[in-house]
Design a protein around this ligand. Structure first.
Ligand code: UDP
Length: 303
């Protein structure tokens, strides 16, 4: 069976390519290497160097499409908002058409960002979200919301098999050192005994899922028969002050913790309700934060 992974050279994408290879699939990665890297990829992965948002030049044959291509770190998507929106709109449209042509099943990688700064806590798949359409984060939040609506509408019209996965904060080896998201930032700062930069008062929360667990969730949904929306994330919630201290402890760092201004519309809290994924996909994250962070710190130290 053949799988196409868009954004396959990125952080989650490359872990997914590896998992699919290990499970015996024939894997093709489509990436424009805006944030991904060839060094993330196993030699057995076929590479198509292309932008998903442009008309496809290749005649691709595939049984499954995993559409992950999009900038995902606030640092990158705030810098390249239009590219982010194009990957999730035109890019999604191109992948839906490709899926239809191949009679393939498609997984659209959405995000917990569709919930915005949530008023419901924890967030269930039924929650509609609280999103600012004209702010620093809107290119990503609204891009993902549009991508979901397009996947749903297109599939309804054409009977395409699909699933939409709302991926919550994910971390692990192969995140870029300059990724800008909180875990790589804190680890790099701690390892270099530089100030650990907390944005805002540090009381905001996130719930971090180890990448191998996230990828397991993606595979379970993709290879199921459900045409549906699923949260994939680890419900263990932590605030940024505790996260900074945890990383300081693991790295035995002398870094000071400092506070700097927080970005616009930064969600105050985030935690997935994963009851639906647990019941229907029989999925549950297995790696606790301490174990996952230790593996991640070791990787950052050695690369
Ligand atoms: N954050 C922080 N210091 C950093 C980077 C991020 O305090 O050096 C905060 C950020 O303001 C947010 C949380 O950590 O509240 C998670 O940010 P991240 O960029 O990892 O992802 P998000 O969940 O906001 O998309």
């Amino acid at each position: 069976m053949r799988c196409l992974v868009t954004g396959g050279a990125g952080f989650i994408g490359s872990w997914l390519c590896q998992r699919l290879l290990d499970d015996g699939y024939d894997v093709t990665c489509m990436d424009n290497f805006l944030s991904g890297s060839k060094k993330n990829l196993d030699d057995r992965v076929k590479i198509i160097n292309a932008d998903v948002s442009k008309p496809l030049k290749e005649n691709i044959k595939t049984d499954y499409i995993f559409h992950l291509a999009s900038l995902a770190s606030p640092k990158f998507y705030k810098d390249m908002p239009v590219e982010t929106m194009m990957a999730n709109s035109f890019g999604t449209f191109n992948m839906l058409n490709l899926a239809k042509k191949n009679n393939a099943r498609i997984l659209y990688a959405s995000s917990s960002e569709v919930y915005g700064d949530p008023k419901e806590h924890p967030q269930k798949e039924t929650y509609y979200g609280n999103v600012n359409p004209v702010g620093e984060r809107s290119c990503y939040d609204e891009g993902k919301r549009f991508g979901e609506a397009l996947t749903f509408s297109f599939s309804k019209k054409t009977n395409l098999k699909y699933c939409i996965i709302r991926i919550f904060n994910t971390y692990g080896p192969r995140m870029r050192k300059d990724d800008g998201r909180v875990i790589p930032n804190f680890i790099m700062q701690a390892l270099n005994n530089k100030d650990i930069t907390i944005y805002g008062n540090g009381k905001q929360t996130r719930s971090f899922c180890y990448v191998a667990d996230t990828v397991d969730g993606l595979c379970r949904a993709a290879f199921s028969d459900y045409n549906d929306v699923f949260n994939i994330g680890n419900p263990a919630e932590i605030d940024m002050i505790r996260l900074a201290n945890t990383i300081k402890g693991i790295t035995e760092s002398k870094s000071k913790i400092v506070f700097s201004p927080i970005g616009m519309d930064d969600p105050e809290k985030r935690k997935p309700d994963i009851t639906k994924s647990q019941k229907m996909l029989k999925w549950t994250p297995k790696t606790d934060l301490n174990t996952g962070l230790k593996t991640t710190v070791d990787w950052f130290k050695n690369s």
